[in-house]
Ligand binder design. Structure first.
Ligand code: GLA
Length: 319
């Protein structure tokens, strides 16, 4: 039994991939997962580095891999403050909007028929208690209705695709209320948002299992689908550098327990939870080992550096 078989009647099981891992981790991807997300290759700056000239080489490679192997795909992402060419904001509002709409149309025309979901807007909510929207050139160029506009453009370009609002720190008691409010208000204005994406960049002690449960309870009230879009469980609970070259037994034990408990919660929400995507395939290729120049290795996924299933894998398979 593999992950995708075990979870067949629950939700899609996905992994973020890149042009290297579709080769180096091909066996695991094809055996265990039925959905993929491009880790970077479909982001604005990846397909249009200067905002004008398009190069789809890398995204095309991953899309072809999905098509050839019958994998579903999530499209990530249109409106995000990172990995976006700065030049697009040099234009005045009307020209900017025309270009942004054309960008959505171009990417959607190329990949729309092979994707079931799209992270239309990513991380627009402010983390701290003051302020609702994060300050960004998107907000200053487009105004408060920036999300409305992005979802409307995406709806036209991607009919039938699940349109997602995606964010992190989504289980934080205060931020979750703001995320809830954003999606609720979008819906009240008839903006076509279909789904809330919970990134799931968590660690062995935060969020607590109780916070995860409360976030699911809250978001379930929205009446939209839910996705877990970027799941990984860091083996550290702090942000300190570390020279560990392998995870300790205690770290792996704690991580296994977290994976076990969160997947139990995920299963409870199978009626509205459409997919769970891990942000990577195996521990030898994880962004967390390069995060914020922290200079430490991390082992956040279900497969180890030798591509073998970890205890955490067996824990999520055991029900
Ligand atoms: C955010 C983005 C992802 C990825 C991760 C970390 O969560 O949504 O695309 O960049 O950061 O790399």
């Amino acid at each position: 039994m593999t992950l995708k078989e075990k979870y067949k009647d629950y939700f899609k099981i996905g992994a973020a991939v890149n042009t290297r891992t579709i080769e180096s981790h091909k066996d695991i991807i094809l055996r265990e997962f039925n959905s993929i997300t491009c880790e970077n290759e479909m982001k604005y700056i990846s397909v249009a580095p200067d905002g004008v000239n398009y190069d789809f080489t890398n995204a095309d490679k991953i899309y072809a891999f999905a098509q050839e192997n019958g994998l579903d795909m999530r499209l990530h992402t249109f409106l995000w403050h990172n990995q976006v060419p700065k030049e697009i904001f040099d234009n005045e509002r009307e020209v900017f909007l025309k270009n942004f709409k054309a960008h959505i149309e171009k990417v959607s025309a190329r990949y729309g028929s092979g994707v079931y979901a799209c992270d239309v807007a990513n991380e627009v909510i402010e983390d701290t208690s003051d302020g609702f929207f994060r300050e960004s050139p998107w907000l200053s160029t487009m105004g408060d209705e920036f999300c409305d506009i992005a979802f409307k453009y995406a709806k036209e370009a991607l009919p039938g695709v699940t349109l997602v609002y995606n964010d992190y720190n989504e289980c934080h008691p205060e931020k979750s209320q703001k995320i809830y409010r954003l999606v609720k208000e979008l819906k009240e204005r008839d903006i076509p948002v279909d789904c809330l994406g919970m990134q799931g960049h968590w660690n062995i002690s935060k969020p607590t299992i109780d916070e995860v449960k409360r976030a699911f309870e809250l978001y379930a009230k929205l009446g939209v689908k839910l996705h877990v879009t970027e799941l990984d469980i860091s083996v550290y609970s702090d942000m300190e550098p570390s020279d560990l070259t392998a995870p300790t037994t205690e770290m792996l034990k704690a991580q296994t327990e977290v994976y076990k408990q969160i997947f139990a919660i995920f299963r409870e929400y199978k009626e509205i939870l459409e997919s769970v995507t891990l942000w990577g395939v195996a521990d030898d290729a994880t962004w967390l080992s390069y995060f914020r120049k922290l200079n430490r290795k991390n082992w956040p996924l279900l497969f180890d550096e030798n591509h073998q299933p970890k205890d955490a894998y067996y824990a999520v398979m055991d029900f």
